[in-house]
Every structure is written in C-alpha cells, then in structure tokens.
Design a protein around this ligand. Structure first.
Ligand code: NAD
Ligand code: HSE
Ligand code: NA
Length: 433
C-alpha cells in the first residue's frame, strides 16, 4: 500500500525525537497503521546531530514543506505563535492534515485553525501539546467521553515542577535548576513561560475545552507562576502536612467554570504531591468513573515524540475514513460548543496558606484575626516562628474562603502599620473527589 507521507517543520528537541521514533519503530508503526509512514520532507534551519536524515528531502524554508504536494501530514515543531500560525494555515489551505506539539499555537489560535481545517476538510491533532507523552487529551476526549467531567487538576509544567522539587529536596538555587532544565530540552524557548505559568495556562486552556466542550479561552485563565515561592514557604507548608505544587485547575462549579494556574498547597498524602522532577501528572474526576490519574514524562525529546507519532499514526489510520466523523478537534462537535461562564478568580473558593511578618507587640495578632473574621475567614492552624530582624513571621492556614473576601482582608491587614506589606499567600486544594 502507498505510504502515508509526513513533512516535518522544525528539527529541534521534539523534531529530532520524532524522526528517531518514526525510524526506529517503522515496522511496528506500519503494522499498526496498515501501511508505512514515510518522512517525505523536512524543513529545518540547520541539521541536528541527534538524528540521521540522510536520504530525506531537506529545505531550509519550512513553507516549502507546507506546500509540498507530496506531503499528506504537516508536523509543526517550530514552536512560537506567529510563523507557526502562518505555516499551519498555509498547510491547511494546501490540504494537509496537521500534527503539532505547540500548546501556545492551539491555545491562542486554535479556534481559527480548527475553522480553517473544517473549511478545507483536514484534521488537526495536538496530543503532544499537553503533558507531553501522557495521552491526556485522548483520555479526556475518548476514554472518558461517557462522563460529565467535574474537575481536572494537574502538574502540567515539567520545568516548574523540577524547580519546586529541587527547592524542596536539594535546596538548589532557582537559576541553576532552570539552566539544567534548559540544557535537557525541557524548558520553553522563552523560559519565563515555564516560570510564570504561561505554559501551564496554555495547556489548561486546551484541557478545559476538551473536558467541558467550551471554546479555547486562554485570556480568561487566571495565572500565577512559581517565582515568589521561597524555601521558607516550602518548609512551612510541610509543617502543616502539605507540599507546594504548581497546579492547573479546571473545575465545573455548576455556576461557571474555574480556570486557574497557580502554586497550590496540596496534602502530602495525595498522589499528586509525590510527583517529582520533570514528571507530569493529571487527575480527572468524572461523574461516572470517579477520580482517575495519569502520570508520565511531560517533556523531553522522545516522550513528546511518543505523542506526536501517535497522532501521525491515528491520522494515517483515519485517512481511509472521514476524519471529522471520528473524534472532533476539541472532543465536542464544533456546533455543540457551550458558552458557559468562566469564573473570575474572585469567585473561586479556596483555603489559604498565609505568611506574614508582624511587629512583636501586644494586640497585633488580635487585629489580624479580627480583620479575618470580619471578612468571614476562619483560621484552621497557625504557627508563630522565631523573630527575624525585629519582625515575627506568622504562618497560618485558613478554611475555605471566597477569593474576593481574602483580597479585602489582606488589603486591610497590609495597611496595618504593625504588619509588613509583603504578605505571601498560596491557595490550598485538598483534591477531594
Ligand atoms: N521540548 C519539550 O519537551 C516539549 C514538550 C512538549 C511540547 N513542546 C513543544 O514543541 C515545540 C518545539 O519545541 P522544541 O523543544 O523541540 O523546540 P526547539 O527550540 O528545540 O526546536 C525548534 C526548532 O525549530 C526551528 N525553527 C524555528 N523557527 C523556524 C523557521 N522559521 N524555519 C526553520 N526552522 C525553524 C529552530 O531552529 C529549532 O531547531 C514547541 O511548540 C514546544 O512548546 C516541547
Ligand atoms: N516547557 C514545557 C515542555 C512540555 O510542554 C514543560 O517544562 O513542561
Ligand atoms: Na499528551
């Protein structure tokens, strides 16, 4: 049978991993698809010593791949949003199916890309974009398709989790760990995307659409990164029985959908809290199945290629049937999207971990607890630490409180002249089903 012909744009970490997996497992892949997958054309600025592309047509201009009549599937692995968007839209207009690992592209331009794909009768797949090698989008859109999804919570940025793990276990400096993650090919081209939560927000946007059948709405994700977390917070959280993880959370409250990424205290005994280093894990709670969890490598050349190649295989299989009748781009049919409200962070209820520095004077704690209770906030636990430079660090955990109430209380507490204005607060999730 004729081979399925693939064009690859971008030969960096994921591009070279994709070439290697396609070549190494060519025979098994052909048995799974029913015909061989052939790399027909590669677009790359420069060669990559991590893979052997001898015998493959090579262009320095990636658009030559997108318009090559010999290519059935364009695999976009250049990253970024501007050129990648142009490239993918060009390929779609030229009748190519698309496989991409680019979460920024899908989260920010997915609605436009799916529309173009629909108009041109081609398919778009992006399993590698979320949690790398973990087949999380297929699990949500296919494996759990019977369920009403209640919530999804995950560690979906490997670089950020690696940094937090090293802070906790090794006490290593932030910059050293980030540099190592970059050298290993885990970090984004712009590593502030990893550190500031942008990468996790891109992934959560995609997860939420597939979980709830809502359009991609990246701009509505509440976003906080790990930049302000200190070793002191990591230690204080442990004293209370919690670990700090950077989570992406999408929850159907029945009154709107929460979309948020931020550092979160989670109980040490939960499985997510044991997910260390560059590993990713996602919990999904469905009404029929209950809580489920998916764990694996969320970044790296071959783990990511595992998902890229799985999408190529699925497309290779689907090329013989009408692909749009199979699994819709976002799991739900395009004309069945719901316009459910996305909640702002002020409408979210969470427990809070608070760390503040106060003057060692009578009445200071009483002022703070009065402000908290005036704002309907009750304290679950509190520890007073040893005085540092004349100020006493106080660490407390609160019961669940509306974010808006917490903001109001913290504004009043920060205005007290006995309290240092720099108050640390981290949300708490118990991850109960
Ligand atoms: N690295 C990972 O672990 C990982 C995991 C999941 C998803 N991703 C996503 O995969 C994509 C690729 O990431 P990567 O880590 O392989 O990046 P990378 O920087 O290693 O590779 C990108 C390659 O594309 C090339 N490129 C960029 N623009 C080009 C252009 N106009 N013409 C020709 N070549 C061009 C670059 O030279 C580079 O070799 C990104 O969207 C990233 O978010 C990466
Ligand atoms: N920079 C991303 C790559 C995988 O998407 C991470 O660290 O998780
Ligand atoms: Na994935």
């Amino acid at each position: 049978m004729n081979p399925v012909k693939v064009g690859i744009a971008g030969l960096g970490t994921v591009g070279s991993g994709t070439v290697n997996v396609l070549q190494r497992n060519a025979q098994e892949i052909a048995r799974r698809v029913g015909r061989p997958i052939e790399i027909a054309h590669i677009g790359a600025r420069r060669d990559n010593p991590d893979c052997d592309i001898s015998g493959v047509r090579l262009s320095r201009d990636i658009f030559a791949v997108a318009t090559d009549p010999d290519v059935d599937i364009l695999v976009e692995l250049i990253g970024g949003t501007d050129t990648a968007r142009e490239l993918v839209l060009t390929a779609i207009r030229n009748g190519k199916h698309i496989v991409t690992a680019n979460k920024a592209l899908i989260a920010e331009h997915g609605n436009e890309i799916f529309h173009a794909a629909h108009e041109n009768g081609v398919d778009v797949a992006f399993e590698a974009a979320v949690a790398g090698g973990i087949p999380i989008l297929k699990s949500l859109g296919e494996g759990l398709a019977a369920n009403h999804i209640n919530w999804v919570a995950g560690i979906i940025n490997g670089t950020g989790n690696y940094i937090l793990t090293e802070m906790e276990q090794g006490g290593r400096a932030f910059v050293d760990v980030l540099k190592e993650a970059q050298e290993l090919g885990y970090a984004e081209a712009d590593p502030t995307f990893d550190v500031e939560g942008v990468d996790a927000a891109h992934k959560l946007t995609i997860i939420a659409s597939i979980a709830f059948g809502i359009p991609l709405q990246f701009s509505k994700v509440y976003m906080e990164g790990i930049g302000r977390i200190t070793i002191e917070d990591v230690k204080s959280a442990a004293q209370f029985g919690y670990r700090i993880k950077h989570l992406g959370i999408a929850r159907d409250t029945g009154n709107g959908i929460e979309l948020r990424v931020h550092p979160t205290l989670i109980p040490i005994e939960t499985m997510l809290s044991a997910v260390n280093g560059v590993m990713n894990a996602v919990m999904i709670d469905g009404d029929a199945v209950g809580p489920t969890m998916y764990y694996g490598a969320g970044a790296g050349a071959e783990p990511t290629a595992s998902a890229v190649v799985a999408d190529i295989i699925e497309m290779g299989r689907a090329l013989t049937v009408d692909h749009e009748e199979r699994v819709p781009y976002l799991g739900f049919h395009a004309d069945q999207m719901s316009d459910e409200r996305i909640l702002t962070i002020d409408d979210v209820s969470c427990g809070f971990y608070l760390r503040l520095h106060v003057q060692d004077k009578p009445g200071v704690l009483a002022d703070i607890t009065r402000i908290l209770s005036d704002n309907r906030i009750s304290i679950e636990a509190m520890v007073q630490k040893e005085t540092e430079e004349g100020l006493v660090p106080i660490v407390m955990m609160t019961h669940k409180v509306l974010e808006g109430d917490m903001n109001a209380a913290l504004a009043k507490i920060a205005a007290l002249d006995t309290v240092d204005k720099d108050i640390m607060r981290i949300r708490v999730e118990t991850l109960d089903a």
